[in-house]
Design a protein around this ligand. Structure first.
Ligand SMILES: *Cc1c(COP(=O)(O)O)cnc(C)c1O
Length: 465
């Protein structure tokens, strides 16, 4: 009997992958597994599940990186054991982070980039929490000094990414979100001004609004707040959500004034893993100057005899993304970023032109580098009834693996459906031309087989990318 067991185990070692006894039934889904399994077979099984996710490269909804150079893959492997929080144990990784902060301060025209006040985060969401919290603390300090109450803080934004809804909800702040109007999909200086009062902790314009991709007018908002201060003494700071634009405008619209060139801009967040071209899991938040970061938010940690700020929400955090961000800065420089993003803008312009020509669509935003990020958004032309909705088109494009999201806009434009394509590194011109062919095929398909029952009807779907 024992002998048979041994023979069986011995035979099992040489089992091929899918013919093996181990993979001859469904794998555990909830009860904690009792026994060990062969790594090769488990790897195959887990990897197969990932295949069901769909192809990330064809996911045209995401702003995040889905293609990286081989060197980045290697660095990520090299860094699998680097913990960002252990500044003492991995001082050189900490040093690379500090260099990135200084380089970003330089890129964004901070008055003293060598002093670089800021840190890496897990993404723009954590960066927004930190930037927002600093605004709240500064406002509280000012109010306390004036002997005024601090129980009713408010924050003014345009139609923002969900992270700002989280920020205001988690920290009990009234969110004065400027609603969309027909034909007006972002904040205007006048709408901002109408919402300002002594309890406003700050204004957050977005450089690359989630829904359409357009830049909100940071300079015009700053100007109107300058004017407000001259008239009333109210000094309301700006935090720019540059999740996408923070890594686009400096290279592709260098004359656009949105950053620390404007004295009212006190802090900026960006996502390294979007147009910063780093792998998933890195964002950045920078403050204009030392005094813009409230001291009570800083935990000073000893670091090889020196002192270093720790301002993140997480404790342990992977370091590879940050090391790769530094690699990107060295590898690409301003020229490289301009080249890569420039190619994306060209592809976006091509898509906008072709989509406009198809007939039923009206382009909302065409990927103009001075006006927003490399993406295209469009809606159905007023009064056109082509026999399908944008949601049907999204479904049909899935047949070829493309994920081109259709979604409805937030308040007050919930009836307005929009479709959007994000063009990022690796969404090549050639892939874009194939996508256009597939869109034409899809429209021809709907002409031959109209989807009557779905005309004008769809489930309102939330959209949070
Ligand atoms: C993506 C995005 C965020 C959230 O950033 P993460 O890096 O995904 O946390 C916030 N704001 C805007 C405008 C974004 O595009």
């Amino acid at each position: 009997m024992a002998n048979d067991d041994a023979t069986e185990r011995y035979a099992a070692l040489y089992d091929e992958t899918y013919g093996a006894q181990e993979l001859s039934h469904a794998l555990p889904k909830s009860g904690f597994p009792a026994a060990e399994r062969d790594p090769r077979r488990v790897y195959a099984a887990v990897r197969d599940e990932l295949m069901l996710d769909g192809n990330a490269r064809q996911n045209l909804a995401t702003f995040c990186q889905t293609w990286e150079e081989p060197e980045i893959h290697r660095l990520m492997d090299d860094c699998i054991d680097k913990n960002m929080v252990d500044k003492d144990e991995y001082p050189q990784t900490a040093e690379l982070e500090a260099r990135c902060v200084r380089m970003l301060a330089d890129l964004w025209h901070a008055p003293n980039p060598e002093a670089g006040v800021g840190c890496s985060t897990t993404g723009s969401s954590e960066a927004a929490m930190l930037g927002g919290l600093a605004m709240k603390r500064r406002w509280e300090a000012r109010r306390k000094a004036e002997g005024k109450p601090i129980d009713k803080p408010n924050l003014i934004t345009g139609p923002v990414q969900i992270c700002w809804h989280k920020f205001t909800r988690y920290w009990d702040i009234e969110h004065r979100e400027i609603p969309m109007e027909d034909g007006q999909f972002m904040m205007t200086p006048e709408e901002v001004l109408a919402r300002c009062d002594e309890n406003t902790i700050g204004v957050v314009p977005t450089l690359g609004v989630t829904f359409t991709g357009e830049y909100e007018p940071v300079k015009a908002v700053s100007d109107i707040l300058d004017d407000l201060q001259a008239r009333t003494g109210l000094d309301i700071p700006i935090h720019v959500d540059g999740a996408s634009g923070g890594f686009l405008a400096p290279f592709c619209a260098p004359d656009l004034e949105w950053d620390f060139r404007l004295p009212r801009v006190r802090s900026i967040n960006t996502s390294g893993h979007k147009f910063g071209l780093a792998p998933l899991g890195v964002g950045w938040v920078l403050w204009r100057e030392e005094q813009d970061l409230p001291e009570e938010m800083v935990f000073w940690v000893n670091y090889l005899g020196g002192n270093m700020r720790d301002i993140a929400l997480n404790f342990s955090r992977p370091g590879g993304q940050i090391v790769c961000q530094y690699y990107n800065f060295l590898r690409l420089g301003r020229d490289g970023y301009r080249k890569i993003h420039g190619a994306c803008y060209l592809s976006a312009a091509f898509l906008a032109q072709e989509i406009g020509r198809m007939g039923p669509f009206e382009v909302v935003y065409d990927g103009d580098p001075e006006k927003g990020i490399p993406c295209v958004s469009w809606k159905m032309k007023e009064g056109v009834e082509p026999g399908f909705t944008l949601f049907d088109l999204a479904d049909r494009l899935r047949v070829r693996g493309w994920q081109v999201p259709a979604y409805t806009l937030p308040a007050n434009c919930e009836q307005q459906a929009i479709q959007r394509i994000l063009v990022r590194n690796g969404v090549s011109f050639d892939l874009c031309s194939l996508l256009i062919d597939h869109m034409k095929d899809a429209i021809a398909h709907f002409e031959a087989h109209p989807i009557q029952e779905s005309l004008g009807k769809h489930e309102a779907s939330g959209f949070h990318h």
